[in-house]
Design a protein around this ligand. Structure first.
Ligand code: PLP
Length: 385
């Protein structure tokens, strides 16, 4: 059976070009970049190249790139590393719809006496920037807000947010894990202090990411040990993964516009047809300010998990809410924050596409999905017979 993979916000296929670039660094060039000998030392050149490739995609200086183990580590490091650097300030501002890699850290901070403000979102998943403005005060150490939401794809107006936050002299961290490679970003034009990204969301390997640290921003080192990453993040580098991430960024930088236009066309075809052919289906999130690859659709009165299981029988992979929370049947915190009714939040499915999806796959899914929805509705106790 073929696999139709529409779960690219959970993780992506490693690009063949990325794998080819990584391969020699397992068994052939396996040295330690910190070694004095040429065999190990030469690897430092490749890591430098990867740093440049990431910096090119982000529009920043290579010295501002710190390699980490992924988005979660970058988020944790930005938050905890900032608070350790400014111990006299005790307030953090975030939003209700962040990924758990931010929310769980913020909630833990509350146990340590910090004041954490979680900004609300409206029915489209957008923030009220006045609320942000009003909450910043002299005790605010950090504002941490995502660029694009992993569940709905909704994009926040990050330029305006950065302007509000940094004009008050407060540190701004942006979780851009879902945005990098999908929408353009230029850090030379926007004052962001920290940015998190993750390799496996942009056709790079898993277990590698980046924390961008703007020059001059204070950050307490978050892994102590050796001198790697300028003393900011100790530990022998994950060489093949870093090289792979560099290549993934190079590929993304080359074709971000054309690729995402094509992905958006496919996403729109899938979304429009689903909304037309399935009664009581609704789109979740701001239709216009959204990642080009994501469609989050609620099918009222039926369970998202039941739809997923039936799609799975046809080899179609999607997700009901964030991959990281899909072990539980709690409706997504993102949809709840947007005020999506319970019966709709439970029946939500996220389709997230990538450069590897085809029109054929969209057509195949459209062939299967409406009848799955009809069948489940016939069984639903919530639907009047
Ligand atoms: N932040 C966001 C918005 C995400 O979507 C994810 C992963 O789904 C993460 C952080 C965590 O990234 P990683 O899986 O690399 O730890």
């Amino acid at each position: 059976m073929k696999t139709v993979y529409f779960d690219n916000n959970a993780t992506t296929k490693v690009a063949e070009e990325v794998l080819a670039e990584m391969e020699p660094y397992f068994c052939q060039f396996y040295g330690n970049p910190s070694s004095m000998h040429t065999f190990g030392g030469q690897i430092g050149t490749k890591i430098r190249q990867a740093r440049e490739q990431v910096a090119e995609l982000l529009g920043c200086d290579p010295s501002e790139i710190v390699f980490t183990s992924g988005g979660t580590e970058s988020d944790n490091a930005a938050i905890n590393g900032t608070l350790a650097a400014v111990p006299n300030k005790r307030k953090v501002i975030t939003t209700r719809i962040e990924h758990q890699a931010v929310l769980a850290v913020c909630r833990e901070l509350e146990n340590h006496g910090y004041v954490v403000v979680e900004l609300a979102v409206d029915k489209d998943g957008q923030l009220d920037l006045n609320e942000l403005q009003e909450n910043i005060d002299d005790d605010t150490a950090l504002v941490t807000i995502m660029y694009a939401n992993n569940e709905t794809g909704v994009i926040f107006p990050i330029d305006k947010i950065a302007e509000i936050v940094t004009s008050r002299g407060v540190v701004f961290h942006m979780d851009a894990v879902q945005a990098v490679g999908k929408i353009p970003l230029n850090l030379s034009k926007c004052h962001i202090d920290f940015l998190s990204l993750s390799g496996h969301k942009l056709h790079g390997p898993k277990g590698v990411g980046v924390l961008y640290v703007r020059k001059g921003t204070r950050l307490s080192p978050f892994m102590l040990g050796g001198h790697q990453e300028g003393g900011r993040r100790a530990g022998t580098e994950n060489v093949p993964a870093i090289i792979g991430l560099g290549k993934a960024c190079e590929l993304a930088a080359k074709s971000i516009k054309e690729e995402n236009d094509k992905i958006k066309q496919l996403r729109d075809k899938l979304e429009d047809a689903i909304l037309k052919r399935c009664p009581d289906a609704r789109l979740n999130g701001d239709k216009h300010n959204r990642l080009p690859n994501t469609a989050n659709i609620s099918f009222e009165y039926i369970e998202g998990e039941a739809i997923l299981l039936m799609l799975d029988k046809f080899g179609i992979c999607a997700s009901s809410g964030s991959a990281c929370t899909s072990g539980s049947l709690e409706p997504s915190h993102v949809l709840r924050a947007m005020g999506v009714p319970f019966t709709a939040a439970h029946g939500s499915i996220r389709f997230s596409l990538s450069r590897y999806n085809t029109e054929e796959e969209v057509d195949y899914t459209l062939e299967k999905l409406p009848s799955i929805v009809n069948r489940l509705r016939e069984l639903s106790p919530f639907v009047a017979k």
